[in-house]
Design a protein around this ligand. Structure first.
Ligand code: FES
Ligand code: FES
Length: 163
């Protein structure tokens, strides 16, 4: 973590989706704002800005992290995965993204990036989840459009195809 005084601005370097990227951040700049406005990675969304909706979730050190609740300067030198890191370089969707598409698991898409990040970690830890376990994981995210059923089907689909 960078040592920084209130109001000061310093360069923060983060390895995002395997690429080292540097941009200036002020002492109280949130990681979500740093990713979006500092690094131009607008896939991470900001909804509630107080840790409730899950839209801003990214993966840091193998854990889902609310990027609206953490300061960018805390993560200097750290590796982060955002939703931009899921698809191939040519834009080909990964298995989970494609399952979301096929099962109509999104409408406006505002919640989707955060849910994909949590679901990615969830499936990595549990390749044969029950519907109840999936719904429990999804309870950390707010989606106002879909009713969650398509997401459950998509995650079950990926889990079944990985057996
Ligand atoms: S924007 Fe971070 S949890 Fe809602
Ligand atoms: S798809 Fe609109 S909030 Fe989830």
């Amino acid at each position: 973590m960078l040592r920084i005084k209130p109001g000061e601005q310093r360069d923060v370097t983060i390895t995002v989706n395997g690429k080292r990227m540097t941009a200036p951040a002020t002492s109280r700049m949130m990681l979500a704002d740093f990713l979006r406005h500092g690094l131009g990675l607008y896939g991470t969304h900001v909804g509630c800005e107080h840790g409730v909706c899950g839209a801003c979730t990214v993966i840091i050190d193998g854990r889902p992290t609310r990027s609206c609740m953490t300061y960018a300067v805390q993560f200097d030198g750290v590796e982060i995965t955002t939703v931009e890191g899921l698809a191939d370089e040519d834009g080909t969707l990964n298995e989970l993204q494609d399952a979301f598409r096929r099962h109509h698991a999104l409408q406006c898409g505002f919640c989707t990036a955060g849910i994909l990040m949590s679901a990615t970690l969830f499936l990595a830890a549990n390749d044969a989840p029950t519907e109840e376990e999936i719904r429990d994981m999804l309870s950390g995210h707010i989606c106002r459009c879909t009713g969650y059923d398509g997401m459950v089907k998509a995650i079950l689909d990926v889990a079944e195809n990985s057996q």
